[in-house]
Design a protein around this ligand. Structure first.
Ligand code: FAQ
Length: 327
């Protein structure tokens, strides 16, 4: 009896080893892992974690800019902003769908967000005080999102990688509209230029921190890189963001609020100051200026939508009953 159970468990180990080897061979050859493929439980777990946090970020990220839809300075700006905010809702939907292919339902993911258990991007816990903040979000936040997400189009998990292709195209439009808002302000009156500078002063460091904790404090960098979920570390992408954004700020005539910022010819990159990581971790723990407000808005929207979910469920039930009675 004992010998038989040892044999069974040895056979199961062999089968697992073979599956793991096949999984790793696919990663090595750059073949995408698909929803029906075998994958290690921890790979599935980290994907659900990252993709759902990403979806929550898009979903909560609608709020700071939506705050300005009714106050956009022209009909054209209003239409563009409306389209951008709707795009963010679309991104959340693709991402929730991509995460669902891993076996976690959208209801479970939303319950984690609304109860405060799940994370979403730190950046969306800062307030949009002026119209210039809308331009700055497009320029810096969508700009940072593109830098982070273009490599994700090559992520090893197929459904996530494919969702990222369209998301990145839309984020490019968002970034350009933000830059255009700021370019208009920066070529306007001294008061308008001051609004743009003030927005950059408040958003610069939160944008730099969006890329996540420094590599030395990142808990997932190493394994996610090995699994080709991430292709670059947090610090590598942060450097890319600074290098790309400094000339854009110069073009706008704005000053980046970092006295340590200077081009290092030896490295071929900009050196920059250290973000306030205590602030970053405090925001992650729920202590940012708008954490309560953002989550409160999402909980209220979910409660307000209860009748829609009830109506959709009743409709689905009716259709199912009709289908059974016809059969
Ligand atoms: N905020 O070990 P790592 C957008 C957490 S979309 C909050 O480095 P990882 C579009 C991290 O989750 C913006 N939490 O983790 C838009 C982990 O927590 P856990 C969102 C953060 O996953 C524009 C812990 O810290 N983009 O902007 C943050 O390897 C305008 C340890 O960190 C994505 O989500 C943060 N900033 O790397 C919408 C992209 N950073 O789970 C509206 C996909 C880290 O252990 C308007 N995600 N944490 O409890 C990623 O690329 C990665 O998940 C990183 C973090 C790079 C964000």
């Amino acid at each position: 009896m004992y010998t038989q159970s040892v044999e069974i468990s040895a056979a199961a180990d062999d089968e697992n080893d073979a599956r793991l080897a096949a999984f790793e061979a696919k990663l090595d050859r750059g073949i995408a892992i698909e929803a029906d493929d075998w994958m290690p439980a921890a790979y599935r777990e980290t994907l659900v974690r990252q993709i759902s946090q990403h979806a929550h970020s898009e979903y909560v990220g609608m709020l700071p800019e939506a705050n300005w839809i009714s106050r956009a300075p022209s009909l054209e700006r209003k239409c563009v902003l409306l389209a951008k905010v709707q795009d963010e809702a679309g991104h959340a939907l693709y991402l929730y769908s991509a995460a669902e292919t891993l076996g976690t339902s959208r209801d479970e993911m939303l319950a984690a967000l609304l109860s405060g258990r799940a994370k979403y991007s730190s950046i969306f816990n800062y307030p949009t005080l002026t119209w210039a903040d809308v331009g700055t979000i497009g320029w810096l936040v969508d700009g940072a999102a593109i830098i982070n997400q273009v490599p994700l189009t090559r992520c090893s998990y197929g459904p996530y990688a494919r969702a990222m292709v369209r998301v990145c195209k839309e984020e490019s439009f968002h970034q350009r509209q933000g830059f255009d808002v700021l370019a208009t302000l920066c070529s306007g009156t001294p008061e308008q230029r001051a609004l743009a500078q003030d927005a950059l002063d408040r958003w610069w460091w939160p944008a730099v921190m969006m890329f996540g904790p420094p590599d030395a404090q990142s808990s997932h960098n190493e394994r996610s890189m090995r699994w080709k979920i991430k292709h670059f570390t947090n610090d590598e992408l942060r450097q890319r963001f600074v290098d790309q954004t400094v000339p854009q700020a110069a073009h706008l005539g704005l000053t980046i609020p970092d006295p340590a910022l200077r081009f290092n010819a030896e490295r071929g990159h900009y050196d920059f100051g250290t973000p306030n990581w205590d602030e970053f971790f405090a925001v992650l723990r729920g202590g940012g200026p708008c954490n309560r407000e953002r989550l409160g808005a999402r909980v209220a929207a979910h409660d307000d939508g209860a009748w829609v979910r009830a109506a959709a469920a009743a409709h689905a039930l009716k259709r199912a009953e009709r289908a059974t009675s016809v059969a």
